[in-house]
Design a protein. Sequence first.
Lengths: 354, 122
Amino acid sequence: MNEVGIDSASSLHTSESIGEAPVLRPVSVRAKCSSNVQSTPEIEKKYVHGVYDAIAPHFSSTRFAKWPKVSAFLNSLSPGSLILDAGCGNGKYLGLNPDCFFIGCDISAALINICTDRGHEVLVADAVNLPYRTGYGDAAISIAVLHHLSTEDRRRKAVEELVRVVKKGGSVLITVWAREQEDRSLIEKWTPLNQRYVEEWIGPGSPRVRNPSSPRILESIPEAEENSAGERLKDRHANSSKVKLAEVMNSISLDEGNSSAPAGSEKGYAEQQEYFVPWHLPYHRAEVSGASAVALASGLAKKDDKKGSVVYNRYYHVFSEGELERLVSGLDNAILVDRFYDKSNWCIILEKTS
Amino acid sequence: MRLLTHNMLSSNIKGVANGFPLKIEVVKVVEKEVDFNIDFLKNMFHKVEWKALVEASTTMGYAELPENADATMLDSDDFLHKFHHALLELHLEEGALVCPQTGRKFPVQKGIPNMLLHEDEV
């Protein structure tokens, strides 16, 4: 693996930090709760943990395909390695390399139960605050986890934890959903979170949600009827940004090893990065758990009779090109050894240096 | 929960300086056979806090590990098999892990430790 220079990426960090300047805003309970980086914000409790707990068996039944690049990473590790999977979900990568030993953790007890039923060694823990000794693992992976963390500080802390728990010389693979989706029509099915919502729930430190021209009031967000949401998206938001995104998609190469952003390309991106992404739980699945009845009653989920499903919204912060590199650029004990784009995900491999 | 995991876990409650090792409260221990992987044992030997493993193993009802161990013992099949058994084949199925500094108990149910902290612990 070659070391990849990240100077250009880190130089962009300044503009990224503008949003972190102190801003006067109404004091709310939520804002107080999110003052500690390790304290889980309400939006993650409700729209990440709560949702995965409710959809765990159905989610798991759809999560069996293993990404070749993750498999390749795991198979490249020395026989006898201890691999730590932080945010392991249903445990689809646990045990993938039979010469290594895996320990997985996830914040969703429902998903961890599934892992245990499959015979994996797992525990319930928070990836932002791993209850692990330093340097015990030989490698760590974080697959499709960081995009569920709602502030940059929490995403950075989760990366620091991954690095902390591996030995010196150990490697860390991180993958996150890209804002630059291969299938752009997918984004139209997502509900963009508006400025007011993001400030209230996530705080002004969250970068690049600067589109007050798309006012969606808080109450309207949980609506998950895909068609109408898609129409609104087109009407209010996407006409301009969709074109920009299309331009960007055409201008960047998605080939491995050629993912460096041309200078200034940031400006061309659709700025939206905070979304609710629907999860359709078929009625026949929903009836089994009983959790859906509670979710429907509390407004966490909605019925979609056309599709015959209960629709949950999952919170996502989709990563822009270069954002993952910037997030790790401040680490003084790890270097970036590889980065690539794979199946609508940005991916990096870090090596712990001290 | 295997003792491999116990040897990694550390109480991360805010303000706790020495969260390792967690004390084990045993309600139920089960044993499950695991394939012998000598590369893994030799790798982990250098990372495992031996004293913590011996104590945990004894608490779980397996007292065959030597009080002290050094790398030369990795040449002994007998030693490797005992190490293997303690590290990977003993499971705490029901019980708790106790923070050595605060006494806070983390439950272990169906073999799964729940290490999540309360709001006032982070």
